[in-house]
Design a protein around this ligand. Structure first.
Ligand SMILES: [Zn+2]
Length: 87
């Protein structure tokens, strides 16, 4: 009778421990999932903003007008492609 009681108590302790471990793993997994999701979305938004800013700057700085013929060409070229006048 005493042995039976002890084994039953042990079983209950084991069951509660197992439940605790399962709960712990579930919480850890949820926290990790949330952290990964939030950091990923923030990073994606930052990358998007940076790309947009780069596009705006490149479109503003990339086009110049020729003083001679008024042609629009890229600022990376030193001379106008139409009349070869220096900027
Ligand atoms: Zn020109």
């Amino acid at each position: 009778m005493v042995e039976e009681l002890t084994s039953l108590t042990n079983l209950l302790i084991m069951a509660s421990l197992l439940l605790n471990v399962i709960t712990l793993f579930t919480v850890v997994r949820l926290v990790r999932k949330n952290k990964a999701g939030s950091s990923k979305s923030i990073g994606g938004a930052a990358t998007e903003t940076a790309a947009t800013t780069t596009n705006v700057f490149s479109s503003e700085a990339g086009a110049v007008f020729c003083r001679n013929c008024g042609d629009q060409y890229d600022s990376t070229s030193a001379v106008c492609p139409s009349c070869h006048t220096r900027r």
